[in-house]
Design a protein around this ligand. Structure first.
Ligand SMILES: Cc1cc2nc3c(=O)[nH]c(=O)nc-3n(C[C@H](O)[C@H](O)[C@H](O)COP(=O)(O)OP(=O)(O)OC[C@H]3O[C@@H](n4cnc5c(N)ncnc54)[C@H](O)[C@@H]3O)c2cc1C
Length: 477
């Protein structure tokens, strides 16, 4: 079995920065990612078969990613792509590799940087073809250079509600409307954001260019509106939105319907916490960073010895914080493995920490301005499918929720959360219904308890074909 000083799970900004830093301090490093290219979500590369002739044309994020990936390639870190981590146990990560091999890899230290995924939002029609998450639309454009539709409506909240449609529009997409659930930032919120600008001018510059592009293209953002329904028979034909009250509940009588063939949903992200949960790390709840998050100390260390976390998978804080926290965790790991002295650890991490603090201050101001409100969990009608893997509508869940405040009981009685996504799409929605019904705090409702395998895998990939038990096998003649 192979053994490394450090195994990094995730090849996004956090994982790449950490693996590079650790390798440059003479650690034996392996970085694993399930995708075919490095870069994670924000620095996603174009897909196999494409040739990039002029990377400048692909925008600033692409170039930033290129620099980061080059620094990793120059280091001695090993990289395993198209390799999915299914679990972690006994200081080993269990993976399925690109050539369908089921392997265990031993580590002295583990850094988990799995990133985040789009917040699923449940409303009538959300499962119609033509309704996609903003991240999916972004992936189509970034990796395949394909636009998701010809009349695209965008519903979301936060800075990415500005960035996504602007990025799509720059690619030639026809954006027919943008709604933002939060109100336009007033004086107090704008002042708070302005106070945290130091160290974040690059983000403001990006926001300015996105805004400028939208204004130039005559695309207006309508504030204080939320998606109410996606309408159509076999696929999306139109969308309906409405004004919201201060808790993001639609105000009856203010609905408007707009023809569209694509609806992009972008109300933020949830951290991918499955591996931390499998390991039994201490978790907590912070809605502003995506909900369930792993508890870390100032070095990125979890409650378990030798297990660290960084990036959006530990609480959504953006790519800059992901890079910096990845570096801090790598330095700490180098120190714990006697590769650098305590003095070097503190001197190298000091300036990084200073930058993290400035970035976090800005992030906090943004989170405050665009905080998700409870109305986002109240958009479904009784016929709306809540668990899309198992096709379970709200009306089938309500009687169960009446009598229990435990998500696993709802799951056991209804199969909600037992499908391919293992509750990633429906669990928060069900927990919010439970919280509302029983007057509980959403953060206090225990979520799913992920087990091996953390990601869906074919049985054939993990079965050991050398073990034969005649009563279970039928030999083909
Ligand atoms: C859908 C989406 C769109 C975004 N768009 C923007 C944007 O336009 N602008 C912006 O500034 N920020 C954007 N962000 C935020 C930005 O992408 C993140 O802040 C940043 O990528 C976080 O870096 P990370 O390294 O923590 O995670 P990621 O970049 O998400 O990288 C995590 C990596 O871990 C891998 N991974 C996860 N689980 C496993 C496993 N079990 N086995 C193997 N590999 C695994 C994934 O394949 C991925 O490559 C977006 C985020 C998301 C989720």
């Amino acid at each position: 079995m192979q053994e490394f000083d450090l195994v990094v799970i995730g090849g996004g900004p956090a994982g790449i920065a950490a693996a590079t830093t650790a390798s440059n301090h003479n650690l034996d490093v392996l970085l694993i990612d399930e995708r075919s290219t490095l870069g994670g979500q924000i620095y996603k590369r174009v897909g196999p078969g494409f040739e990039v002739k002029n990377s400048i044309k692909l925008g600033a994020d692409y170039l930033r990613g290129e620099v980061l990936i080059k620094s990793l390639t120059k280091s001695n870190a090993e990289v395993m792509l198209e390799t999915t981590v299914l679990s972690v146990e006994d200081s080993q990560v269990i993976v399925v590799t690109a050539d369908n091999k089921y392997e265990s890899i031993k580590y002295k230290k583990l850094l988990i940087t799995p990133g985040a995924y789009d917040r699923p939002v449940v409303f009538p029609g959300w499962t119609l073809p033509g309704v996609i998450t903003a991240g999916a639309a972004q992936s189509l454009v970034k990796t395949q250079r394909v636009l998701p539709g010809s009349k695209i409506f965008f519903a979301g909240s936060g800075p990415l509600a500005l960035a996504f449609p602007a990025q799509l529009s720059k690619m030639g997409a026809n954006i027919v409307g943008i709604i933002e659930a939060a109100p336009r930032p007033g004086l107090v919120k704008s002042f708070r954001i302005a106070k945290s600008l130091r160290g974040n001018l690059d983000l403001i510059r990006d926001a300015f260019f996105y805004q400028f592009h939208l204004v130039k293209s005559r695309i207006r953002i309508k504030y204080g509106r939320i998606i109410v329904s996606a309408n159509g028979t076999d696929r999306l034909e139109s969308i309906t939105y409405a004004r919201v009250d201060k808790n993001w509940r639609p105000i009856s009588g203010t609905e408007k319907t707009v023809p569209a063939d694509t609806l992009c949903i972008g109300y933020g992200f949830f951290p991918s916490v499955e591996l931390f949960k499998i390991l039994n790390c201490e978790m907590s709840y912070d809605e502003s960073r995506g909900g369930t998050v792993v508890q870390l100390d100032e070095w990125g260390s979890t409650s378990l010895p030798n297990v660290f976390g960084a990036g959006d998978g530990t609480g959504v804080s953006g790519s800059y914080v992901a890079i910096l926290n990845g570096q801090i965790a790598a330095l700490r790991i180098a120190y714990e493995l006697d590769k650098i002295s305590e003095k070097t650890l503190f001197s190298l991490s000091k300036s990084i920490r200073k930058e993290v603090n400035l970035r976090k201050k800005f992030q906090k101001a943004i989170n405050h301005a665009y905080a998700v409100k409870s109305g986002i969990y109240q958009l479904a009608s009784s016929e709306t499918i809540i668990c899309r893997c198992e096709s379970i509508p709200l009306k089938d869940l309500l009687p169960i929720i009446e009598s229990t405040s435990d998500f696993s009981v709802v799951k056991a009685y209804s199969r909600c959360g037992m499908g391919l996504c293992q509750g990633r799409n429906c669990q928060r929605q069900v927990s919010a219904l439970i919280a509302a019904k029983h007057g509980l705090d959403l953060g206090k409702i225990p979520g799913t308890t992920p087990r091996f395998p953390a990601k869906p895998v074919l049985l054939g990939q993990i079965a050991d074909s050398s073990i034969r038990d005649e009563k279970y096998f039928i030999d083909e003649q």
